[in-house]
Write a protein that binds this ligand. Structure first.
Ligand SMILES: Cc1cc2nc3c(=O)[nH]c(=O)nc-3n(C[C@H](O)[C@H](O)[C@H](O)COP(=O)(O)OP(=O)(O)OC[C@H]3O[C@@H](n4cnc5c(N)ncnc54)[C@H](O)[C@@H]3O)c2cc1C
Length: 494
């Protein structure tokens, strides 16, 4: 097994690297002092931390090419970085590598209302795309709760979703074209604002590729006209299973809401303490439903949803009658993750997807697991598409709680796979779920994926150690040697 690079060698490596990178970027384009690297030690999965050798912040695709070629010469791995809000450790730095931050490539390059397309650099934040077109009556549909901070590059690399993705799809359904810098420094363009494409569907391959196949340096996104009307309602239930039943009834009635989310008692309490957005306390679950489209259709659908949630046994309904009330209803849901700070010093956010019909069973078994591990689990989820976000509450200062939280999280994800679901809905695999991959994919499946990775990145310099486990047994351990390289030599638990 490889050992961590000794400090003197690491420093010599950094000196060499910094000398070369200085020639490629301007003064603001390179961070290498230890005290300045602290902010890049972790992404949103803050349980794992590790400083990189340096951070390069290019301002053009050409600079990205030059940096990749230099790293290739020096055999230095590269971790792409958007805003660092990822929750699966995909942007976790490598101690012997650089972070390649795309944050300074943040221009909106072209807005084409006729073709309903916007071309942006990867560091543009998700919300900025909507801001750029809202005056024309358009918006960008994928809306992760982190949308004021997360970048389009990160969204594409994770195939991010959001509360309004049930009807309009996740990032992959709203992407038209990409410019990429490949591991060997070549620039390629795939897709375009025109709908038809020749050859393989490479856009789909690169969406969700977690920085392992190439660096996104430009993206063309589909924008949609704002719906004429949108209405939201909130329904409270005595049991979470009843709320799950209402979801099945709504979809069964042929209604595809723009968003359909469930929050359990713990999440409601946390959000109310955090934001005070008017959710009722003392109820077991809340179902938020939004329908949008032409006014007449929305009127009919919201009336039908009201009938369906009543028939499913809801104890209270509140309909948002103004855009402000509607935003207040959603603000609570969107703040659910940060709100957990009101209940617990730390939380571990899981992200598994299950067939909708198995929702009551999975929630019941999750609560049994939660009791067995002695840790509370708050449930917030994109109920319409079966994407669960169990939030395991723990205290990192309490001996052994982080490990217990990880084990409980792994058990919940294995449960998702057992009932026919998958390990991730939208947060990606990263380092977090890497060693659970064999629970879902066979050796042959994993071989095929790794062969693809090697075809695009034969030197394994792009985000090595992420996504693919070194050992092919389910959850043998968390940190393993990948492809002969020890990816996390200095990894420290926080
Ligand atoms: C409070 C909170 C709420 C969240 N809510 C949601 C949600 O509702 N839905 C959802 O899907 N996610 C959510 N997330 C997770 C996260 O915001 C998304 O995964 C987001 O897309 C990450 O974007 P980023 O710019 O921060 O990327 P980073 O975290 O910096 O990187 C994520 C991955 O993308 C790679 N990457 C970044 N930029 C590039 C590039 N230009 N080229 C190639 N690879 C690149 C990185 O290497 C890494 O593997 C939430 C996170 C937080 C903290």
């Amino acid at each position: 097994m490889n050992l961590p690079t000794p400090l003197p060698q690491r420093l010599a490596r950094r000196t060499d690297l910094v000398k070369r990178l200085r020639k490629l970027v301007d003064d603001g384009g390179l961070i290498h002092r230890d005290e300045d690297l602290v902010v890049y030690e972790c992404d949103g999965l803050s349980a794992y931390r590790q400083a990189p050798l340096a951070v390069a912040l290019p301002t053009s695709a050409q600079q990205v090419c030059d940096i990749l070629r230099t790293c290739g010469d020096l055999d230095i791995p590269i971790v792409p970085w958007g805003a660092g809000t990822g929750l699966s450790g995909g942007a976790l730095p490598l101690a012997d590598g650089i972070v390649l931050s795309l944050a300074r490539m943040n221009r909106i390059l072209h807005v084409d209302i006729d073709d309903r397309a916007v071309t942006v650099e990867p560091g543009v934040t998700n919300i900025s795309v909507t801001h750029a077109v809202t005056g024309h009556g358009f918006y960008y549909a994928p809306d992760p709760s982190s949308q004021i901070a997360c970048t389009i590059g990160g969204n594409i690399a994770e195939n991010s979703g959001g509360v309004h993705c049930l009807k309009y799809g996740t990032t992959t359904n709203n992407l038209l074209g990409l410019q990429l810098v490949m591991a060997d420094g070549h620039i390629v363009d795939i897709g375009s604002a025109a709908m038809e494409r020749a050859g393989y569907d490479l856009l789909a391959l690169f969406t969700g590729s977690e920085g392992l196949l190439g660096i996104i340096t430009q993206a063309t996104l589909r924008i949609l006209p704002k719906p004429q009307s949108a209405r939201a309602l909130m329904a409270a239930f005595d049991t979470i299973a009843a709320a799950g039943g209402a979801v099945a009834d709504i979809i069964g009635a042929g209604i595809i809401p723009a968003g359909m989310e469930i929050m359990d008692r713990l999440s409601i309490e946390a959000v109310e303490q955090f934001l005070g957005c008017g959710y009722p306390l003392g109820v077991e679950s809340l179902l938020l439903v939004e329908v949008d489209g032409p006014e007449a259709e929305v009127d009919a659908q919201i009336a039908a949803v009201q009938d369906l949630v009543r028939a499913a046994g809801c104890t209270e309904i509140r309909q948002a009658d103004s855009p402000e009330e509607r935003q207040r209803l959603w603000a609570g849901r969107k703040a659910a993750f940060p709100a957990m700070g009101r209940l617990s010093p730390d939380y571990y956010c899981m992200d598994g997807t299950i067939p909708r019909g198995r929702l009551p069973e999975v929630l019941e078994r999750t609560s049994v697991l939660s009791e067995a591990y002695g840790l509370r689990v708050a449930n917030v989820f994109h109920a319409g598409d079966g994407n669960l976000h169990p939030l395991v509450l723990y205290d990192s200062n309490a001996e052994g709680e982080l490990e217990r939280a990880e084990e409980l999280g792994a058990e919940i994800l294995k449960l998702c796979v057992e009932v026919g679901g998958v390990l991730s809905g939208e947060h990606g695999i990263g380092v977090e779920k890497r060693d659970l991959m064999p629970c879902q994919l066979s050796d042959d499946d994993l071989d095929l994926q790794e062969e693809l990775k090697r075809a695009f990145d034969p030197g394994l310099l792009l985000n090595p150690g992420k996504v693919y486990p070194a050992l092919r047994t389910c959850a043998e351990g968390r940190m393993h040697v990948h492809g002969g390289r020890l990816p996390f030599p200095d990894l420290e638990r926080f």
